[in-house]
Design a binder for this molecule. Structure first.
Ligand code: LM2
Ligand code: CA
Length: 449
């Protein structure tokens, strides 16, 4: 897991395709105040031109000049977020460069083409296989051939390793605290270990994007020598439970990576648009419940995904003059702003308060409603039913009047826990409730009006 920041935990938000200026503003406005410890940003390197979101995943050079902002803006974002208590995780694309199907001028003015990244890489820096990956059952092919025509870097070579390490060291120098390693499955684990050893801080946090799939030779567990791995199966399982019934959701991590090594999410930028079997914002109320569970339960290191609305799979965020327009939660027609939804913000605070307290006092109705405590620190109820839930719950909480942090930010709804640790509540259909010792009536300002 990403290192815990004292008093703040380690929850991350992934602000997909947000510009550096917009991320900076959001750190101050919501991410810091909501209690996030990290924000994952889209790839910052120079990339191919065009209006699709995925130009971010076709590097042209490691200059920090992109549709999301300039080097100076990136540096300013790191500082502003740092002042708000939020550290940066950069998405780094190091398996490949631009596709072999295009050439031209990148977002920072560098020219590029097949075998041609002047001053950086030439023909000898790419693997000899020059065809596309077709068989995911073939380890060699997956790691040495081209992923959707993307020119595959010779990560076994000293020179390429040095260039990648230089890029990551540049980001570390600007204050970046961690990295998502894009397409890690397509890079031999030993190459990644060798690259990491060259960093100015070889213990910097890494999370590998390894899309684990049953029956494939390359699995997420193979990458734990250089960091954590994302556990895509968790996201698929989560969707399966919420689509059906959640009574058995305690088994969600059976057979998966150990909790301390698993990066987890409800969805990410790939799974929300392709056929990965996860939820997305399009699931509505169940998506909120999935996020409540992600943050309330004690498995894995969670990232809350926040992107933009789309119908066309390839469509990028609105651009003007080669730049993505600054995201804003005021523009709800475009940006989902998941990271600032009341329920999710409340659960980030919940997670920060319960810390490592174990799951206790499990309750379920054998169907589609569950509840559990986090020791004597907090208690959550998730109702995935099309009808309201009227129930008395046994907690390990001290008696008192608590704020339902899912219902509001202002303690508009309170829950009274009696001397024996019990409370009764009515939870709406597809609704949730969460209380914790960090938010009791009187602690939280009520509506200022
Ligand atoms: C990833 N992880 O392993 C990213 O999370 C994922 O979003 C990336 O794919 C992929 N790996 C490469 O970094 C995306 C997108 C693809 C897109 C690529 C490259 O999902 O559709 O491919 O980025 O931009 C596009 C075209 C594809 C074309 C390719 C090269 O869709 O048809 O291949 O560009 O021009 C001929
Ligand atoms: Ca490769």
């Amino acid at each position: 897991a990403a290192p815990v920041v004292p008093g703040r935990g380690n929850t991350a938000a992934n602000l997909f395709q947000w510009t550096w200026n917009a991320v900076a503003a959001e750190c101050t406005r919501t991410l810091g105040p909501n209690g996030y410890a990290y924000v994952q940003v889209s790839p910052p390197q120079e990339h191919v031109p065009g209006g699709a979101w995925w130009t971010s995943y076709q590097p042209v050079s490691y200059r920090l000049e992109s549709k999301l902002g300039t080097r100076a803006e990136f540096a300013a974002m790191v500082d502003t977020c740092g002042d708000a208590g939020v550290k940066i995780i950069a998405d780094t694309v190091i398996n490949h460069m631009a596709g072999a199907d295009s050439s031209g001028t990148g977002s920072g003015g560098s020219s590029y083409g097949v075998d041609s990244f002047p001053g950086l890489y030439g023909r000898n820096d790419f693997n000899d296989c020059r065809t596309d990956i077709t068989n995911y059952g073939d380890r060699w092919q997956v790691q040495n051939c081209r992923l959707v025509s993307l020119q595959d870097l010779r990560t076994g070579s000293d020179y390429v390793r040095t260039k990648i390490a230089d890029y990551m060291n540049d980001l570390i120098g600007l204050g970046v605290a961690g990295f998502r390693i894009d397409a890690a499955k397509h890079i031999p684990a030993s190459d990644l270990e060798a690259i990491k050893a060259r960093l100015s801080d070889p213990s910097v946090f890494w999370v590998h994007e390894v899309i684990g799939s049953a029956g494939e030779p390359i699995q997420p567990s193979e990458y734990l020598g250089s960091g954590d791995s994302h556990e895509f199966q968790y996201a698929r399982n989560l969707a399966g439970y919420f689509d059906g019934n959640i009574a058995g959701i305690r088994g969600i991590s059976n057979g998966l990576l150990g909790s301390d090594r698993a990066g987890v999410f409800v969805d990410n930028h790939d799974t929300e648009r392709d056929t990965h079997g996860t939820m997305s914002y399009k699931w509505g109320a169940k998506y909120v419940l999935g996020n409540v569970f992600l943050l309330g339960y004690d498995y894995g290191w969670p990232t809350v995904y926040s992107g933009y609305k789309f119908t066309d799979r390839d469509a990028g965020a609105p651009m003007s003059g080669g730049r993505v327009q600054d995201a804003s939660c005021a523009n709800g027609a475009v940006w989902t702003c998941t990271h600032d939804w009341t329920e999710i913000a409340g659960m980030v605070g919940f997670r920060n308060t319960v810390g490592s307290a174990p799951v206790t006092r499990w309750w379920d109705n054998g169907a589609n409603a569950i509840a559990f405590g986090r020791g004597d620190r907090g208690y959550v109820v998730v109702n995935n039913q099309a009808s309201g839930l009227n129930q008395t719950f046994q907690t390990s909480l001290p008696a008192g009047t608590y704020c339902d942090v899912v219902a509001s930010r202002t303690c508009a709804e309170t829950i009274t826990v009696d001397d024996s640790g019990r409370f009764s509540a009515q939870i709406p259909q597809y609704g949730a409730l969460a209380i914790h010792v960090g938010a009791r009536a009187g602690d939280v300002p009520t509506d200022p009006t």
